[in-house]
Design a protein around this ligand. Structure first.
Ligand code: PBG
Length: 327
């Protein structure tokens, strides 16, 4: 008898395949990143991310309601301010666009979803860096984390359930935890962007937030050559009080994701970033890839590598496809 081993037996029918699938993607695993632009009366398309827009405060509320009713697990909000300055003061201002939009969403969808806020200065500074600069133009880590602490309190006050520091400054999680605890927000959670790489795949995001960046972020974001460092960063964030940790980007860093997931005793997130979205959308536009199959395969791979939750610009679409699949 040849062959004696026949793994194909379990692939024979859809029902068998469904029975033995190790990994699944459910709408609740998906978090939708959303952009809100100060002063906009209409949504503005982002050309390098077809289908994604900078929302007005009104269109943001509608998009949030739609995503929540599609079943997504949460929303991650980014602000695009009208004015930028050296210290990113719009980030801590309760009347700043991100904080106003958070209160809009807290009122509109509130506890029916998980409201997350990007806690970083790059969208708000005129130099586009994630931190404050010293007199020589270098990042001032320790002054920056104090501002992150203030920003986190402003976001929690506006109604964010989860604070998401993405600036890769040393000690950022600890300072944010202290600031929240000292102001009555001991129950506000922190999702730490622990292993965030200095990646070319953030290209389209620069357009999404009208980034002013000159130069690069290599003195604070991780070198793509390093894997072990990601585990160290995650350990430090956990010691400082992170409730969840994140690896970003996703597809080119699945090994890193696996490494962090193996070490972590808290939920692990992965961020399928703007460039990952743009690549697939561009190929779909040319008729070279099938959107739904390709997206769901990429999400399944990210889950298989160890992600509990996934931030993805397809969150609402994928939640709808998955919902239809189940019926
Ligand atoms: C920083 C931040 C960035 C992204 C999320 N948070 C940009 C960067 O670090 O350069 C990128 C997300 C994406 O590319 O989809 N606030």
């Amino acid at each position: 008898m040849f062959p004696s081993d026949r793994p194909r037996r379990l692939r024979r029918t859809p029902a068998l395949r469904r029975l033995v699938a190790e990994t699944s993607v459910e709408p609740r695993h998906l978090v939708l990143p959303l952009f809100v632009r100060e002063g906009a009366s209409e949504p503005t398309p982002i050309s390098s991310m077809p289908g994604v827009v900078q929302h007005s405060r009104d269109s943001l509320r509608k998009a949030a309601v739609e995503a929540v009713s599609a079943g997504v697990g949460g929303l991650m909000l980014f602000g695009v301010p009208a004015e930028h300055d050296a210290t990113g003061s719009g980030a801590v201002d309760p009347e700043g666009v991100l904080n106003l939009a958070l209160s809009d969403l807290a009122a509109e969808v509130g506890d029916s979803t998980v409201l997350m806020a990007d806690t970083c200065l790059d969208e708000f500074t005129d130099h586009g860096h994630c931190g404050l600069l010293d007199a020589d133009g270098a990042i001032d880590n320790d002054r920056t984390v104090q501002v992150y602490g203030e920003m986190a309190v402003a976001q929690a006050t506006a109604g964010a359930h989860v604070i998401s520091p993405s600036g890769m400054m040393d000690g950022q999680v600890g300072v944010i935890r202290e600031s929240l605890d000292a102001t009555g927000f001991a129950d506000t959670a922190i999702l730490a962007y622990s292993a965030k790489y200095s990646s070319a795949f953030y290209g389209p995001f620069r357009e999404a937030v009208d980034s002013q960046l000159q130069g690069d972020r290599k003195t604070y974001q991780q070198d793509p050559a390093n894997g072990r460092e990601a585990v160290r960063e995650a350990d430090l964030d956990l010691a400082e009080g992170a409730d969840m940790v994140m690896v970003k980007p996703a597809l080119s860093y699945l090994d890193v994701l696996r490494g962090v997931a193996e070490q972590s005793d808290v939920p692990v997130a992965a961020y399928q970033v703007s460039g990952e979205y743009a690549m697939i959308e561009a190929a779909v536009e040319r008729g070279w890839l099938e959107r739904e199959r390709t997206v769901l395969e990429s999400l399944t791979s990210i889950r298989r590598a160890g992600a509990d939750l996934i931030l993805t610009y397809w969150a609402a679409d994928a939640a709808r496809w998955l919902g239809a699949e189940q019926r």
